[in-house]
Write a protein that binds this ligand. Sequence first.
Ligand code: AMP
Ligand code: GLY
Length: 424
Amino acid sequence: MKVLVLGNGGREHAMVWKLRQSARISQLYCAPGNGGIADEAECLPVDLKSMDAIVELGERLLPDLTVVGPELPLTMGVVDEFVRRGWPVFGPTKAAAQLEASKGFAKEFMQRHRIPTAAYAICDSRDEINDALGHFSAPVVVKADGLAAGKGVVIAASKEEAAGAAADMLSGNMVGDAGIRVVLEEYLEGDELSFLVLSDGERIAPLVAAQDHKRVGDGDTGPNTGGMGAYSTPAIIDDQMRGWLVNHIAKPVVGGMKEEGAEYKGLLYCGLMMTARGPMVLEFNCRFGDPETQPILVRLESDLLEALEASIQGRVSDGDFKWSNDASVCVVMASGGYPGAFETGKKITGLDAAGAVDGVKVFHAGTTKRDGQFYTSGGRVLGVTARAADLRNAVERAYEACGKISFDGAYYRRDIAARAFKKG
Ligand code: AMP
Ligand code: GLY
């Protein structure tokens, strides 16, 4: 079988690594891929912002399955184009991907289907913002409606700051067109949880849950990023909570989308805040999370290919995934300056020594390879991922491996998963 993965991040490296374990795959491609992925799949150049380029690649390869990693091609309608041509493809259609592409759409959808989420207002102008702010109390969360790579959310300590951030978004200066509409949201307190489910449009199968670390700095300080690390353990949620999330969030979403004529097939990522009032949805993503996929897939013991095919073929069932009882953690090593400006082209050393630490797999997120040597090429550079019988050991292994890797300006959080220990 010939399989093509679209994308170039740590998530795609983890998917490629896992798919390679599938006996049915004889040819594995990744486009555009990255330096590390090139060691495990054939990487082909493609501009993921260009539908023509992606379709051309599909025509050339005619894969038996295409797996779309990132949100941009999904929200552009790559799945619709492939389905129209009869090419098997994993992911939601453009209409279904609206759940991620427009936060306003997602909020109104949740309201229509009584899915728990923070109180909100959707605003198109400064006047609307000023009116709406009268109904909120500080802190206020200000979100760009469109895609902003995790950088379109401001937690404003005061209403003045919220008005300023919203005005910056509306002006297009902050996140471009993504901010021409703004969502104001009630601030929620609690632990965050990434709850991912596989859907075939009707049935769902939950994956093991994970916790992301969105802020750049230790102790959850500084600006939001795409994610600085994540962990997953069997204990992160219990069966009762999993059942609640399935029945009150995941199933109503998939059922609601079907009812509205935008069947949701693919991976549905529910970003949750576990508040004192119960779990509430912060956001939906229409794809696997990055970096959550790294610690989740190292715990997966069954065949990823089979699960992806079950989604496409309409036969998802609870038994699609078999999980290890181990804990896992991914520490993201980033370029100094990320999520702001950063330099690339820095030589990376110590990767072999890091990969030799027991239970460790180093996934590449932003690297290139030249003459057998890896260099940095992005903000998030590596996802150093470790698995062990318990979380403490997994964390120790991951940080031991991080300590062996160096590149100019390398930065990583020192407290990934630390919150799990505080809870005892
Ligand atoms: P989002 O892209 O909507 O998930 O927002 C990115 C991050 O901002 C989340 O992972 C949270 O850390 C934070 N956030 C978003 N919405 C809220 C909220 N209503 N209350 C508190 N924090 C939030
Ligand atoms: N880690 C959050 C995301 O994938 O959007």
